[in-house]
Each structure stands twice: as structure tokens, then as C-alpha cells.
Ligand binder design. Structure first.
Ligand SMILES: Cc1ncc(COP(=O)(O)O)c(C=O)c1O
Length: 377
């Protein structure tokens, strides 16, 4: 079945954060990380059926939901988990904040990548935890953790590492060897790990696959909370749901603190959408990946032809991390905004010389964006 990713969806008057923040008549908004595509038909059908029922009372997770997740994780990543290791959360972000709050004391600090999705940093600062940044560097066009420098970064108060794989921004899909090195380092230094793997379903590199960090060894699994969600892959973050996987019962207990109290459970539509995605979304996901690969190739070709912009290898997800240092402009994000393109400012993730471009959009819109990039370069 062919899905129409070129369909020019209209997101105006849907209260979209991405489309309503800037003047949509003059600015093409390719920033916040949701896609401009309709969700898979299986999700739309399941939600429509649920809406038609008309009664939206308190809802528990569907029967066998944890088993469905365990089966999905096995099929997709060949990671064998027990359904009892799964804790359902309303979002990955809430899992990040709970992990920091529960796995560190107030005088302990947290290792995080830089650049990184801003909530990893905010999860620390909002709880008054110091964080130590692992500066990612380009190695053969891939943004990598500085493995050799890791020991020099730790203090005797470092208790937790927050990890992001596939990496946002930068889009690295870490290899088995890289994950083993990082995981073993954490084990040897008694660090807990919270691994944000929300972009796992969006590996674009033909030679790579997503490997959950906790699947590398029992020792690593015993120290790791893995956060995953179908929201990003199947594009329903506005009615989202996530799960944590923790083999260690202590970690499972920690990630549940506040759930159903200060942290609300997922809403009923999120359960409906997630069940449909996991059961029937795979053909759509396969076609999505093909579409995103062509978008990735267009960006790569365009940027390779421009002297003042550069980009590393785009291995996963739909977020291009573009180096604008050679533009010699104090605020490349503003420069592009003035030219009619809203990107995410690199400063949000830790480097103001970069912008992050969301290419989860129709090719006609992406081509418009690439014309604007060319006009400022
Ligand atoms: C790495 C990463 N983690 C978490 C999130 C947000 O997840 P959620 O909507 O489930 O809170 C995003 C969204 O862009 C992300 O890129």
C-alpha cells in the first residue's frame, strides 16, 4: 500500500505549537520535533472508532499492553524483555525528570551529552543537580561521545548518566561497540543510566539498526532505565504515551514515583493510538523511512554544495543539525527566521553556531526551506 507523504497537510487552526508560533504566512516553520504527515491510517481509524463511542471515562491500559510492548521491542530490536519490566508513562520527558530526581541526591551530579535535547539539561537544573557535559565531537562525520575523555569528566559525586540514542541533535545511531564502551564505563563507575531512545524507530542509515543500550549486557541492564515511545515514529506526540523498561526492580520503583499523583497517566486516546501503532503501523513506518531518507539525501546534497554550511552524517530521525559557523553571523537562527525559515536555535541544545532543521515534512516544503538556506549561505 502506498501512503501519501507528499499530501500538503494543513495544520493551521489545530493549535499546533510548530505552526502557530511564527507568522505562518511569511515563515515556514521547520523547528519543533513533530512531523507534518498524517498519522498512519490504522491510528486514525482506531481513534475515530474510539471518538465515536462518545464516552471518555477513566481508562486503564489495554489488556496485554505490556506484553504487546515486549513483543514489539523484541521484533524491532531483538531485545528480549519481561512485560513486567515495563512501566507506562505519559511522556519521555516526565521519565527524564523523575530519573534525575530519584536516582541522584541533591549533592550528586549527572553526566549529559552536549549538544543534547534541552530537557536532559533542564531535568538536572530544575532539580538543582549539577550536570557535567560530554562534548560530542565529529569523527568520520558522526557526532560521538568523547570515550577517552570520560574518566576525566567524572567527580566522586557523579551518580547518573543521561544518554540519547539516536542522538538528538546530531542523529548518531550508536554501534554495538560504542554502546558497550559507554555502558561498561557507567557500570565500572557505579553510574545509573537513563537512556532516552525515543527516536529508535527512525533509523535512516541503511547500514545501521537501533540497539537498546540495556540490551548489551546484564550488568548494563541492571543499571539502566530505557525510555521509549511510539509518539515520534508514528507522529502522535499531541496525544502521547511512553514507556520505561527497567530490569532492576529498584529502578522500576524509582521511575514510578509521582505517577498518578503529580504526574498524570496517559489519556485514553494515547492508549488507543499506541496500540494501533504497535500492532499495525509497521508498513507505514517502512514507507516513512524511505521518504525521510530521500529528504535526508536532498539536504545532504544541498549543503555539500554550499561553502558556508556543513552537516555530519544523518543516521537517524528527521532533525538536521546544521553547522552555520562559517556564516560568521552572531545568530544564524534569527538570520534564517528573517529570511522566512524557522529552525530550532542551536543554543537550545548547547551550541549557538548551529541550527536544527526538522525535515519531517513534505518534499515541496523541504525544497522551499533549502532555497531559503541557500539564499543566506
Ligand atoms: C530526545 C527526545 N526525548 C524526548 C522528547 C519528548 O518526548 P515526549 O513528548 O514523550 O515527552 C523529544 C522530543 O523532541 C526528544 O527529541
Amino acid at each position: 500500500m502506498g501512503f501519501d507523504f507528499d499530501n500538503p497537510t494543513n495544520r493551521l487552526e489545530t493549535d499546533s505549537i510548530r505552526w502557530d508560533t511564527f507568522d505562518s504566512k511569511n515563515v515556514l516553520p521547520l523547528w519543533v520535533a513533530d512531523m507534518d504527515f498524517e498519522s498512519p491510517p490504522c491510528i486514525i481509524e482506531a481513534l475515530s472508532k474510539r471518538v465515536e463511542n462518545g464516552v471518555y471515562g477513566y481508562t486503564h491500559s489495554p489488556d496485554g499492553f505490556n506484553r504487546l510492548i515486549a513483543q514489539y521491542v523484541f521484533e524491532q530490536y531483538q531485545w528480549k524483555i519481561d512485560p513486567d519490566w515495563v512501566v507506562i508513562l505519559p511522556s519521555v520527558v516526565s521519565g527524564l525528570y523523575t530519573s534525575v530526581q530519584q536516582l541522584t541526591n541533591s549533592d550528586e551530579n549527572v553526566l549529559i551529552p552536549n549538544p543534547v535535547y534541552h530537557h536532559l539539561r533542564l531535568a538536572c537544573s530544575s532539580s538543582n543537580r549539577l550536570f557535567i557535559e560530554m562534548p560530542l565531537h565529529l569523527n568520520k562525520q558522526r557526532w560521538l561521545i568523547p570515550f577517552e575523555a570520560l574518566p576525566s569528566l567524572l567527580t566522586n559525586k557523579t551518580r547518573l548518566a543521561l544518554f540519547c540514542n539516536p542522538q538528538n541533535p546530531g542523529s548518531t545511531v550508536y554501534t554495538h561497540e560504542e554502546l558497550k564502551t559507554f555502558g561498561n564505563f557507567c557500570v565500572q563507575n557505579n553510574l545509573w543510566i537513563c537512556s532516552d531512545e525515543i527516536h529508535a524507530g527512525l533509523v535512516l542509515d541503511e547500514a545501521k539498526k537501533h540497539i537498546p543500550l540495556a540490551s548489551i549486557s546484564t550488568e548494563i541492564a541492571q543499571r539502566t532505565i530505557t525510555l521509549m515511545s511510539p509518539n515520534k515514529t508514528f507522529n502522535f506526540p499531541g496525544s502521547g504515551l511512553a514507556w520505561a523498561i527497567a530490569e532492576n526492580p529498584l529502578l522500576r520503583k524509582a521511575i514510578q514515583v509521582g505517577l498518578h499523583q503529580t504526574i498524570a497517566l496517559p489519556n485514553l486516546f494515547a492508549y488507543t493510538a499506541a496500540s494501533a501503532a504497535l500492532k499495525e503501523g509497521e508498513p507505514w513506518r517502512q514507507e516513512l523511512i524511505q521518504y525521510l531518507r530521500l529528504n535526508r539525501d536532498l539536504i545532504q546534497a544541498k549543503i555539500n554544495g554550499l561553502d558556508s554550511l556543513s552537516i555530519g552524517k544523518m543516521e537517524g530521525s528527521y532533525l538536521a543539525w546544521i553547522d552555520c559557523s562559517k556564516l560568521n553571523h552572531i545568530n544564524p537562527h534569527q538570520l534564517l527566521l528573517d529570511a522566512g525559515l524557522a529552525t530550532s536555535p542551536g543554543s537550545q541544545f548547547g551550541n549557538s553556531n548551529f541550527v536544527r532543521l526538522n525535515f519531517g515534512t513534505q518534499r515541496s516544503r523541504l525544497n522551499q526551506a533549502l532555497d531559503i538556506l541557500t539564499s543566506v549561505a
